[in-house]
Design a protein. Structure first.
Lengths: 210, 311
């Protein structure tokens, strides 16, 4: 079995789900002009790009592509903006958030384009990767709490599915933290990837049928 | 005999009881009146009758349908009918009244030469009038338009200046009696319904006849500041990708895009290239869909139902 099979499946799933949500969010933003939709669209767009980067990093061996910087930081920041957009309703807050996200996204894009020249490894990789991966997990956990509390207030299918989706994503990210400091934890890694794949399927279900 | 006449010569009334007598008569008279201008006329007659006042004028601040404010002579009463009225009914006096109305509530008793131009003071002096008492009264109650008003005038928060033209300065006790009398007349007028209570809107908007509501809003809405209504909880409980959330009207969408919570309608129109009529219709659409709320420049919320024809 291809050792990258599950990782590739995760990358492809992440790419298609995130891209679909991003395009749909931008399309609706043009119609509705909701700043939250813009933030969601841009965040998901960056996440879909991290999926591309992850796929290229795992499968392209002819050139050195150090995409981990963009992957970890990009996903962490994108999920963070999604979380921040769920708090605060004032126009000034959302307008400021939008502006910051655009600026940060441009910087992230530079990080992606600089992948061939960035250092191959993070400084203190065990610690750094654990923190970055853990951050993704914690932010997804916070998003889960936000949607779950909304579900407790008003029980809708959408909020339930979103809660489940982000819970699975959170578990998937947190589960793989030990692999950065302990060797031979491929099984844990794959299980974490599968959990995230399930989370992404739930997310697409929420968006399509919620 | 006029039903408002006060019996008895002023000199026959004990000065110490004068205030009480005045208020008693005021309460009786006001109860039979149907318009605030009648009260002004009655007050003027009383002041001329009881005190050494030559002419009394009541000037009120009046708002027009276009939002402009001007001072309007509501009542004028004079003792000596042989004095030509143009001595008192002219631009100079109007300017002084406007100056009083734009100042702080209170009174001032001054020589005519200090209040009016040299020419006006000379005119007044020719007829022995050397002093003028100006008393500015203010209240949150609404002053109805004058009895002879056109449909261009509206109820306006009460701001009235009483100008009393005198031959000589008033003794302190008389001055105090007059000031108290004028001030308490406002409370009596409110109680008798001659002044209108503050409306059910923010209180900053003058009360209007129902048929003028929409017209007034159409004239003034350009100064309102629209704010988007975005509910964070709604985003978490309902699918933002549901098709029902789309703004179907193109102009409404254009207006919604331009709303930033700081610019008023006029500024939004200038930046987006819409005209006020288009903006008004678009605003009605957005208000109907509960996508926006309106606030006055000072932050007071505006009743959105004003934008629709009253039932």
């Amino acid at each position: 079995m291809d050792p990258n099979l599950i990782a590739n499946a995760l990358s492809l799933t992440l790419f298609f789900v995130a891209l679909f949500i991003s395009l749909r969010a931008f399309y609706l933003y043009i119609q509705v002009r909701s700043r939250r939709l813009f933030i969601l669209g841009l965040s998901m767009g960056v996440i879909s790009l991290t999926a591309v980067a992850g796929f290229l990093g795992d499968n392209v061996t002819s050139i050195s592509l150090n995409v981990d910087w963009f992957n970890y930081i990009g996903q962490t920041i994108s999920f963070l903006f999604i979380l921040l957009s769920l708090f605060g309703s004032s126009e000034e807050y959302l307008r400021g958030l939008m502006r910051w996200q655009v600026v940060v996204s441009v910087l992230l894009l530079c990080l992606f384009l600089l992948a061939p020249v960035l250092p191959a490894e993070f400084p203190y990789p065990a610690v750094t990767k654990s923190i970055l991966s853990g951050s993704r997990g914690l932010i997804c956990l916070a998003i889960f709490v936000s949607y779950f509390s909304a579900y407790m207030t008003k029980e809708t299918r959408f909020s339930l599915l979103m809660s489940i989706a982000f819970l699975l994503l959170s578990i998937g990210y947190l589960m793989i933290i030990p692999k950065y400091s302990i060797a031979n934890l491929d099984l844990v890694d794959q299980f974490g990837d599968l959990t995230r794949i399930c989370g992404l399927f739930t997310l697409s279900l929420a968006v399509l049928t919620g | 005999m006029n039903r408002y006449d006060i019996s008895g010569h002023p000199s026959q009334v004990d000065p110490s009881r004068r205030q009480l007598v005045l208020m008693t008569h005021l309460l009786k008279a006001a109860a039979t009146m149907s318009h605030i201008d009648e009260l002004f006329m009655w007050q003027g007659r009383v002041l001329i009758q009881y005190f050494d006042v030559q002419t009394v004028q009541f000037w009120g601040l009046q708002a027009g349908i276009t939002g402009n404010l001007s001072s309007l002579l509501r009542a004028t009463i004079w003792r000596d009918t042989s004095i030509p009225q143009h001595i008192f009914a002219n631009n100079q006096v109007a300017i002084t009244a406007e100056r009083v109305l734009s100042g702080q509530p209170g009174y001032m008793l001054q020589r005519a030469s200090n209040l009016f131009s040299f020419h006006q003071a000379e005119l007044l002096a020719r007829y022995g009038i050397h002093y003028c008492l100006c008393n500015f009264l203010r209240s949150s109650s609404l002053l109805p338009p004058a009895q002879s008003a056109s449909h261009q005038e509206m109820t306006t928060p009460l701001a009235v200046a009483a100008l009393l033209f005198l031959k000589r300065p008033l003794p302190p006790d008389e001055l105090s009696t007059i000031l108290v009398f004028l001030e308490r007349s406002i409370a009596v007028a409110e109680r008798c319904g001659l002044l209108l209570p503050t409306g059910t809107t923010s209180g900053r908007l003058p009360a209007l006849p129902v048929k003028d509501h929409l017209q007034w809003v159409q004239l003034h809405f350009s100064k309102f500041i629209p704010h988007r209504l975005e509910n964070a909880n709604a985003l978490r409980t309902s699918n933002p990708f549901a098709a029902t959330d789309i703004i179907s009207d193109k102009q409404a969408r254009r207006l919604f895009t331009a709303i930033d919570g700081r610019k008023n309608i006029e500024e939004i129109c200038a930046s987006s290239g819409m005209n006020l009529k288009e903006a008004f219709v678009a605003l009605q659409f957005l208000l109907n869909q509960h996508r926006v709320e309106l606030k006055e420049p000072d932050g007071q919320p505006v009743d959105g139902s004003l934008f629709f024809d009253s039932p």
